[in-house]
Design a protein around this ligand. Structure first.
Ligand code: HEM
Length: 456
């Protein structure tokens, strides 16, 4: 048994680790890792090496336990046990909004998730694929002229535009630029100190949130007056709002607004980072890139004038394994925090009410008893399905990533178009990651030079 209510504390001990210095605990080491180019996970990795797959630390006055065991992942995430609740940083909650699904409590979360997941139907995914493919082809065409490209910058533009189009049919260039800049300010503010005076990152983030909310409110007003009628997520949420007033279970405007912002923020940087890592790994592993290109060239959608049909993606099996292996190695969300609501026992350890248990997904993805040669990029390892709870790129259980299929589609379509159009060379081989980033991403954004296939 991995998580049980704790009724006999004598039988077990607390996890190994250090509480650090009085008052500050190990906060300074944590902050140092965040502001370093190895990334914040370095803090966890070092302690994992020292203490093993379950250790305790103290950060910002709070006891944290990091654990990289699949059976614990299963019992904590699998059933979203009522003994644990999702933990989030208060300032992030303020930037995303009280109604954001990412920060909501257990019951409220179930209500929001039920509504929002209705948006991710097969039909909406199918029309998304077509649009994303067109956008990708457009952006890759520009690369031919530019020759030198920073992958992350264009991946951010691509994922942002695709998600905004799907949610609210945004196409207008100026409006997109303004919104992308404001979303950037909000994301930047997420890990800053919550100081609320002009000039601080947090303040600028809050101001940007106000502008985004105002713009979205105007959009809703136009839709309600019937001036705009589109087939997108926003329209769906509003029409459900109109037609189904009887069961009293509808999303109000604040819930719609906060969750539109949440979807953009949860989807843009994560997917853009994953795309960037994919380009980087494939540059390093020419044999994988060559094999992949050969397979994708056989695909009938190798010409940019025929759009990829949804069913075809299922046929891109090796490409799907490249996507999975990228997600395993990059582990964009390194750990999942959950707050313990009562004393309990995890494995052989005693856990106290109020402690934060972090399921260490990256630790699981790099565990050599689960994945052979875990530091090597080997897509064919996914010829067989991974063992239960050993692939956690999108989390698991009741909080599994809602945009999982969307993200996979974006990565697959991008990959297909890239390898059937260009060869590329990464021009700056540095593997440092961005300081203070919410998700691990390459600091240099992965600059490449591209060579059109017809020239090589
Ligand atoms: C490669 C890209 C992505 C990765 C690696 C990723 C990863 C994750 C992970 C690990 C979680 C669960 C966190 C936890 O349990 O604490 C999550 C949640 C979530 N993701 Fe993603 N995500 C990606 C793309 C997207 C996209 C494209 C969208 C939507 C446009 C999205 C929307 C969400 C939402 C709404 C949640 C919260 C779900 C809930 O709490 O019920 N994600 N994501």
């Amino acid at each position: 048994c991995t998580t049980t209510s704790h009724d006999d504390s004598k039988c077990c001990r607390i996890p190994p680790g250090s509480s650090g210095f009085p008052l500050v605990g190990e906060t300074l080491a944590f902050v140092r890792a965040y502001s370093g180019t190895n990334g914040v996970y370095d803090f966890v990795r070092k302690r994992h090496l020292k203490y093993g797959d379950c250790f305790r630390t103290n950060i910002f006055g709070q006891t944290h336990v990091f654990i990289s065991r699949t059976n614990v992942a299963k019992s904590l995430l699998g059933s979203e046990s009522i003994d644990f609740s999702k933990r989030y940083i208060k300032s992030i909650g303020e930037l995303l909004g009280k109604q954001s699904m990412l920060c909501s409590s257990h019951e409220h979360h179930a209500f929001l998730r039920r509504h929002i997941s209705n948006l991710f139907t097969f039909d909406s995914l199918a029309s998304f694929i077509e649009h994303f493919d067109e956008l990708t082809v457009q952006i890759l065409k520009q690369w031919e002229r530019k020759k030198h490209v920073v992958v992350f910058d264009d991946a951010m533009k691509l994922t942002f535009r695709a998600i905004c189009k799907m949610i609210m049919s945004l196409n207008e260039e100026e409006e997109l630029k303004r919104l992308q800049h404001d979303i950037f300010l909000i994301t930047e503010a997420m890990l800053s100190f919550p100081l609320r005076f002009p000039g601080t990152r947090f303040y600028e983030g809050l101001q940007a949130r106000k502008r985004v909310m105002n713009a979205l409110r105007e959009k809703i007003a136009l839709r309600r007056k019937g001036f705009e009628n589109k087939r997108d997520f926003l329209q769906f949420l509003l029409s459900a709002d109109q037609s189904d007033k009887r069961n009293g279970e509808l999303l109000n405007d604040e819930q719609i607004l906060d969750n539109i912002l949440t979807l953009i923020i949860a989807g843009q940087v994560t997917t853009a980072s994953a795309i960037t890592w994919m380009v980087k790994y494939l540059d390093k592993h020419a044999e994988v890139q060559d094999k992949l290109r050969e397979m994708q060239m056989d695909c009938k959608y190798k010409n940019s004038d025929s759009t990829i049909a949804p069913g075809t993606l299922n046929e891109m099996q090796y490409a799907s394994k490249v996507v999975k292996e990228t997600l395993r190695m990059a582990t964009i969300v390194s750990w999942f925090p959950r707050e313990t609501l009562k004393d309990c026992q995890i494995g052989e350890y005693q856990i106290k009410k109020g402690w934060i248990i972090n399921v260490d997904a990256r630790g699981i993805h790099y565990d050599s008893t689960i994945y052979n040669d875990p530091t090597k990029f080997i897509p064919s390892r996914f010829d067989e399905d991974p063992k239960s709870y050993s692939f956690l790129a999108f989390g698991a259980g009741g909080r599994t990533c809602l945009g999982m299929n969307l993200a996979k589609v974006m990565m697959l379509v991008f990959l297909h178009r890239l390898v059937t159009t260009y060869r590329w060379k990464v021009t700056d081989k540095d593997w440092s990651v961005e300081k203070w980033a919410m998700f691990p991403r390459l600091r240099n954004g992965c600059p490449i030079t591209v060579y059109p296939l017809q020239d090589t």
